[in-house]
Write a protein that binds this ligand. Sequence first.
Ligand code: SF4
Ligand code: SF4
Length: 184
Amino acid sequence: MPERIATTSDCAKCAALCCVAYPSDDMPGFAASKRSGEPCPRLAPCGTCTIYEDRERLGFGGCIAYDCFGAGQFVTQALSHSGAQPGRTVATQAMIDRFLLVRPAFDLLRLAQRLADDNLPPEHESRRVSIVRSLEDALLTGDPASVEHVLLPAKAALRDLYAARSMQNRKGNLNSRRAHALVG
Ligand code: SF4
Ligand code: SF4
């Protein structure tokens, strides 16, 4: 199934939303203090990080570890009406609010997409596809209520799916150990 929403971050197409949206209390490995909606003191007005290569050394290692899984560019592209170049768009409050809302959905979408490489049995694959579709549909409506509505069911379904996969892997390992014991 082709993916309709990318879950790989593309910072060049984003208004540096992660550098603005979060309060520093929610940013581990962030050596500054700021409120949600306030730009990081290391962010240049053009939307680039002024200490990019030195973040670890200066106490901003959390920024290196952080990944929005595509939420940043998705929201920037959806809500940017300025005609500005991608990556030069200024984060608006509407973008920040939307980013904070959709970010958990991108985490779930990423987890569901990752399972595509696992050669799941057909019934599990069909559940996986249904989770991906529900998340993508909600995100593509652009309606915050739709995103909120889908989060809990998608999370529960994904947890079940990962548990089923883990059980299947354990059985597979057991069978392979038994086979190994028989022939070895
Ligand atoms: S929000 Fe995501 S895409 Fe935007 S700058 Fe941060 S990591 Fe990059
Ligand atoms: S240190 Fe750089 S990457 Fe980290 S939040 Fe500030 S501007 Fe963004």
